[in-house]
Design a protein around this ligand. Sequence first.
Ligand SMILES: Nc1ncnc2c1ncn2[C@@H]1O[C@H](COP(=O)(O)OP(=O)(O)OP(=O)(O)O)[C@@H](O)[C@H]1O
Ligand SMILES: [Mg+2]
Length: 259
Amino acid sequence: MTRTIAIAMQKGGVGKTTTTVNLAAALAEMGRRVLAVDLDPQGNLTQHAGLDPDRVSPTIYDALRAEVDGGTSDLPAAIYRTAEGFDLLPSQPELSLVEVALINSLSRERVLAGLLGDVTPAYDYVLIDCNPSLGLLVINALTAADSVLIPIQTEYLAARGALMILSTIETIRRKRLNPHLTVEGILLTMADARATLTRDVQEAVQQQYGRDIRIFTTVVRRSVRFAESAAAGQSLVAYDSRSAGANAYRAIAKELEKN
Ligand SMILES: Nc1ncnc2c1ncn2[C@@H]1O[C@H](COP(=O)(O)OP(=O)(O)OP(=O)(O)O)[C@@H](O)[C@H]1O
Ligand SMILES: [Mg+2]
């Protein structure tokens, strides 16, 4: 059974892409067949996995464009094998144009689900990296997914509307776009080095959301190694295999497997 997980959160820079690439690498290391999907026109995941979003072709853009235009799409042609053992469906900047074109297309929320349907059975995990919004691309990801993993920057939690994503998920269920969509869990990222502060935040999240939602036990701490690995076009799991950050994502992959 394939598990399709959208990594989504409306706020920018919370660690969605970092989580996607490192989970993909950690799961691949465990022998799982993984497809990482870059659904963000910024193409950060594409870059992070070692491809150039300004040069790679075809991408998910071509497949979505063909669907929107009523042509025939060839999604498998846009799937690349990375050196880290997972597959990547890259993005390119023009993907933002598709988001606009989607608005007037038939079943506009289900285009991605339709496209992925043919390729997902070949994988144990499909991880979809979303752009920081609650727009139509994200809605497509949530419609195609079985569950949503929500990364949050540890100190951001107190902010108003921090988890607006939760009401979007509720809407997706209620409108029957994807009635069985679940929340995979909340992942605390970029945590302060001070253990006591992290523990306080963890307890607060547990109290506020823990009754209905899994809070991952593993917390990802702040480390400059993440930005270094991104610049090198590798996951941290590959770039510095023994680092604390790499081990954190391995532990999160194990938590995922247990449930
Ligand atoms: N645990 C961490 N410690 C320190 N830096 C991190 C950590 N996780 C991610 N970063 C860095 O923070 C920046 C934002 O992370 P990332 O790109 O994963 O966030 P994002 O949610 O995907 O952003 P966007 O919303 O723009 O897509 C990147 O430069 C990344 O390398
Ligand atoms: Mg990102």
